[in-house]
Design a protein around this ligand. Structure first.
Ligand code: ADP
Ligand code: MG
Length: 642
């Protein structure tokens, strides 16, 4: 058979033998590892050139020295032991790590593998391969160090951590096993020795109590997408906020916080908000009721006036007298109902006292701090010597609460709520409620105080907060101003009249019920309601007085300007135009000492203030009863100077 020259079976050109002396020498010379031969005492018989490249020592520097002299003292004993083991176990490779000196100072990490070949006559040496592993050791040290850092972090982090492995049954996630947990896990949950155990065993009933739990964890393990949720574990009585991610296949890691305090604060706060919105509804209902009551008062007043007057005129025990007595009683009962309705309307300050606004602010802040998430910071700047004010603390606290809730609502992502009080010019104090929230655009700011204006969702806002605050401040003779810009927060400025060194005043004197001699008086009756004029007028005339009826303050003043000087003025508080408030001072300037009966359905701040501001003014609560009116007029008649 002929062989082609391309045939692989054809003989090749002569090649050097695989391992000839030159090749052996090349291996020794260029090996990156140090290849050496040692005698029984550890003296070097041969060191390959890598030694000088790694350590810097020339072969002659080893002369007469043991190679062990170059080993780090801390590693010497271990190297010695390993060498002994090598000597006693011919043919068995031994391995050791140590630090070896460098000529220029410092150490390099080496790993040596030695084999005892002393008994092989042609070799008769320990054969050693030593390698520079400095980089590896340093990397290992770095890893170890960072691992211990992470371990410390892991155990000291405030959040609980659990690494878990899902357990499947018939291809469905059925349970999980705790693989690793940190200290906070144990501290927060109170669960001990959980590693290696199933959750169904650690927290019995958890799968039934939270049927979605496994599905959630399975989803994270399947998709690798982290999830975050809040869950209540009734078995532990704890609320958790949990972040879950997938650190490795088949596993999930949960980092969690216990948020019972926050949940409780949220709950308390939403309850407070519910109460507040309830009370706002009540208040608007109240103002509605107040309006109805006001008109009803006049209706009742006219009936009461005529009925009581006729009751007094009719023959005792006659059927007519009894009928009028019944009407009078019915009216009085109606009057009681009206008063209760008026009580619903918040506009009258139910209890006016001298008080310190700082105390109310502190009370409010304490309440809110307990119920507001930590992200809202309260900052108080209260003037120590704040002048007292006269006011209704319940109404003021309510107003303050409205302002604070608005501020907190405006800071969903946290911020600072500042409450500031200070003395303004004499006779005034100021309260500032400042938030760093979302602020208001112009259109919102313009409408903010309107009743029922809200930008909040149904059920959250009623739009009555600011209008109530406004009413309350107005009722206190104060003012309310709001400054705001989108994104720049809001500043609400309240100004209230202060009263330094003021003594509580006595209630207006009540007329005595003594019957006077019966002098005829000139009475000027000022009321816009025809029913009142038509009922009181005839009664007064029947009592022997001369009565002039007018429908407005302006008309009354007009008459007095033209020379009429009544003995007494019955002035209705609520009238269009000047009203009682505008008319009274003018009456006083025309006729400084004419007695005035100020008729009002509610002893509101305006009426109270007016009755205090001027002498000779008596409050006459509506509906007016003929006998009360008579009793009062009788006291006037009894006065010698009139
Ligand atoms: P409600 O709070 O029920 O909406 P309010 O009368 O208290 O009713 O407030 C009316 C509107 O004014 C709010 O809906 C809001 O848009 C705006 N507002 C009130 N206070 C603030 C504030 N501090 N920051 C931003 N907007 C506010
Ligand atoms: Mg509000």
């Amino acid at each position: 058979m002929m062989l082609d020259s391309n045939d692989p079976r054809a003989p090749r050109a002569a090649q050097p033998a695989p391992l000839n002396a030159e090749r052996m020498q090349a291996l020794l010379d260029y090996s990156g590892d140090i290849l050496s031969l040692m005698d029984r005492e550890g003296r070097l018989l041969y060191n390959s050139p890598a030694a000088q490249r790694l350590h810097g020592f020339a072969p002659e520097e080893f002369e007469g020295r043991s190679t062990f002299d170059f080993i780090h003292p801390d590693d010497a004993s271990q190297v010695g032991e390993t060498f002994q083991k090598c000597l006693t176990h011919p043919g068995l490779p031994v391995r050791v790590r140590y630090r070896y000196a460098r000529k220029e100072g410092g150490w390099i990490w080496m790993e040596a593998i030695g084999v005892n070949m002393l008994d092989t006559p042609s070799i008769s040496a320990v054969v050693v391969n030593s390698r520079d592993i400095t980089d590896r050791v340093e990397a290992e040290n770095a890893v170890r160090q960072s691992e211990s850092h992470f371990r410390a972090l892991f155990n000291h982090m405030a959040q609980g951590f659990a690494l878990c492995r899902l357990v499947y049954k018939d291809g469905v996630a059925d349970d999980f096993i705790y693989v690793e947990v940190n200290q906070s896990f144990t501290e927060l949950t109170g669960l001990k020795n959980v590693v290696g155990r199933r959750v169904s065993e650690v927290v019995p009933g958890i799968r039934e109590a939270d049927p979605d739990m496994l599905e959630r964890y399975e989803r994270v393990v399947r998709t690798g997408l982290p999830e975050r949720f809040e869950v209540y574990r009734s078995a532990l009585k704890l609320w958790f906020s949990i972040s879950v991610y997938r650190p490795m296949p088949g596993h999930f890691a949960a980092i969690f916080d216990v948020i019972n305090e926050r949940k409780q604060a949220e709950e308390e706060r939403s309850q407070l908000e519910r109460q507040l919105s309830q009370s706002q509804k009540m208040d608007s209902l109240g103002s509605l009721a107040g309006g109805v009551a006001h008109d009803m008062n006049n209706v009742l007043g006219s009936i009461l006036m005529l009925a009581s007057a006729h009751e007094a005129m009719e023959r005792p025990d006659s059927p007519a007298q009894q009928a009028f007595a019944t009407i009078t009683k019915a009216c009085q009962r109606g009057g009681d109902m009206v008063r209760r309705l008026l009580g619903l309307a918040r506009h009258d300050l139910s209890e006016v006292k001298l008080l310190n606004l700082n105390a109310l602010v502190l009370e409010e802040v304490l309440l809110l701090e307990r119920t507001t998430l930590a992200q809202v910071r309260f900052s108080l700047d209260l003037t120590d010597d704040l002048r007292p004010i006269r006011g209704d603390s319940a109404a003021l606290v309510h107003a303050l609460m409205n302002l604070c809730v608005n501020a907190i609502d405006a800071m969903p992502h946290g911020g600072t709520l500042t409450l500031r009080t200070r003395n303004a010019e004499p006779g005034w104090i100021e309260l500032e409620v400042v938030d760093s929230g979302i602020g208001m655009p112009r259109e919102v700011l313009d409408k903010a105080m309107d009743p029922f204006f809200t930008t909040k969702s149904h059920g959250k806002g009623t739009g009555l907060g600011l209008s109530m605050v406004y009413n309350t401040m107005k009722a206190h003779g104060g003012t309310l101003a709001i400054e705001s810009e989108t994104g720049r927060g809001t500043r609400v400025l309240v100004r209230l009249p202060s009263c330094e060194g003021e003594e509580p005043e006595d209630a207006a004197p009540t007329p005595s019920r003594q019957e006077g001699e019966g002098r005829s008086l000139d009475v000027l009756l000022v009321d816009d309601d025809e029913l009142i004029r038509d009922s009181i007028g005839p009664v007064l005339r029947a009592q022997g007085h001369r009565v002039v009826l007018v429908g407005s303050g302006e008309e009354a003043l007009d008459r007095m300007n033209r020379g009429s000087s009544p003995d007494v003025v019955i002035l209705d508080m609520n009238m269009p135009g000047l009203g009682g408030r505008g008319t009274l001072p003018r009456i006083r300037s025309l006729q400084p000492d004419v007695p005035v009966l100020l008729a009002t359905g509610r002893a509101g701040p305006d009426a109270l203030e007016l009755s205090r501001a001027f002498t000779g003014v008596t409050l006459l609560p509506k509906p007016i009863n003929a006998s009360d009116l008579k009793a009062y007029l009788d006291t006037l008649q009894a006065r010698p100077d009139r």
